[in-house]
Design a protein around this ligand. Structure first.
Ligand code: AMP
Length: 281
């Protein structure tokens, strides 16, 4: 595996693959890798000849009171994991390499879906994601790009961006990787105290209970309320519990395939998760 820290180095490393018209797969990450990230790399490995993974903690997608400074940076360990799973090129640029020294005057905003869910409580977050992902797409020029369903709204934003701007690549969504107790793997799980870590799987178990309740005919509003109650009772500070169509349109009742979403804090750690609920009529 090659590690590149500059755009020039990345371009040089990719040039033979481009010349030979090889399929390039790309997995953007912020590092502190876990099996969820590695599953994206494994998917890329299956579909592509050359796999590029980026590790970049993107300052412009963090709000002023968020965890940019404290975000876990574990490049040496990440690099070892990536080599083992078959990554060809690790791109780990500095903030200066990514954003240069001149002010950035261009913004990218995907409207509509970004005002909802995480977008409602994390102002500017998805603009920051859209900018960095577009820049990375232009640097890597992949044929396929891989994103986790853990960040379901982000995946929808990227799909919209790629469609609207005719970015010539295919976006592949990859299912959520979970710990044995159901907790969705996340770099932010490392912030949890032992006690909080023991409570955290309640998010997924509440979502799975809700799935069952819906399929047994319980009203959607009641089911959402029940999730909120469960989580609040054990000590979560719930940001949102929501039901949306697969394309993120609000749904009033359970009359189609539905995605359920939770964002909730344990202490200062914000966790998100979602499940798909099949509508069988
Ligand atoms: P991050 O490093 O948090 O920016 O995540 C990088 C990519 O990994 C994103 O596409 C995430 O959706 C994906 N990802 C993070 N956690 C998981 C998980 N538990 N399962 C699947 N994909 C994940």
């Amino acid at each position: 595996m090659k590690t590149e820290t500059t755009i020039q180095g990345l371009t040089a490393s990719l040039s033979p693959a481009r010349g030979a018209r090889k399929m390039i797969g790309f997995v953007p990450t912020m590092g502190n890798l876990h099996q969820g990230h590695l599953n994206l790399v494994r998917e890329a490995r299956k579909l592509c000849d050359v796999v590029v993974v980026s590790i970049f903690v993107n300052p412009i997608q963090f709000g002023p009171n968020e965890d940019f400074e404290n975000y876990p940076r574990t490049l040496v360990q990440d690099s070892q994991m990536l080599a083992e799973v078959g990554c060809d090129i690790l791109f780990a640029p500095t903030v200066e390499q990514m954003y240069g020294t001149q002010p950035r005057l261009t913004n990218i905003s995907v409207s509509g879906i970004t005002n909802d869910l995480c977008g409602a409580s994390r102002e500017g977050h998805f603009d920051g994601v859209a900018v960095v992902v577009t820049k990375l797409f232009n640097m890597v020029q992949p044929n396929y790009a891989f994103f986790g369903e853990k960040d379901y709204q982000q995946l929808a934003v990227i799909r919209q961006l790629v469609q609207d701007l005719n970015i010539p690549l295919e976006v592949i969504g990859v299912p959520i990787a979970r710990a044995e107790d159901g907790l969705a793997l996340s770099s932010r799980n490392g912030y949890l105290t032992e006690q909080q870590r023991a409570l955290a799987p309640n998010i997924y178990s509440s979502l799975k209970q809700a799935e069952q309740a819906l399929q047994q005919g319980q009203a959607l509003a009641e089911v959402l309320q029940q999730i909120k109650l469960n989580l609040t009772q054990v000590g979560f500070d719930v940001d949102y519990v929501a039901a949306r169509s697969l394309k993120l349109v609000p749904v009033e009742s359970f009359n189609q395939d539905t995605q359920l979403f939770v964002a909730a804090k344990l202490g200062t750690t914000r966790l998100i998760d979602n499940v798909f609920v099949k509508y069988t009529g």
